[in-house]
Ligand binder design. Sequence first.
Ligand SMILES: [Zn+2]
Length: 233
Amino acid sequence: MFWDLKMTNPGAMGGNFPHEFHLPNPSAEDTLLICKSCGNQSKKDEVESFTNCGKCDSKDLKIIETVEVGHTFQLGERYSKVFEANSPNGNPYFMCCFGLGITRIIAVAIDVLSVSYKAMKLPNILSPFKVVTILPKENSVNSVFVQSFINDISNLPGLCNNVLIDDRIEKSTGRRINEENQLGIPNILVVSSHKHPFEIQPIEYFKTFSNSDKLEKIGNLTHSELFVELSKI
Ligand SMILES: [Zn+2]
């Protein structure tokens, strides 16, 4: 749940229509009061009485501990006029401010989406890599197959520079799967050992989901089946 607060106090820089964006977080940097009767949202430090809604006077309030992750407001022409920053038609530029707490967003997103230390969950857009490919031991790998497979998936539009190759073959596959889950990589591929030069080499595909530390096995897929699945990312 995301809270968008229309603030009444514009703050030090001035400006109109200030909004603060909050995510629930137990570190409780801020406390929001949400009125269950009229839906009015306010920050605890903005209201004098914490027991009644400032708008409809209801006592039925929900208290939510949050962290502010964004702040937007309109500066208008306040600074552009002073600095004579004019658009080509001669009017001062109309300025808006969009403040995002980059480090906070990462920390709070992990808190909101993760359920245990076994899996660091991030929004897909923030994950360090979209896909990791875990390679088997050197003596059990068909290197031509693996090379062409990795080239193919790395060339998918959604995966450019987003495929991590885990070739730490001194570690067991299970351990590496767990470590990739802890890194927050949402799609984990495991290239199985190559037993016979003419057999089709399947690849195990695991996916992770928000608010869960479990890996879901999608299946043992062939090169082309996996290509279709990963094209959707
Ligand atoms: Zn109210």
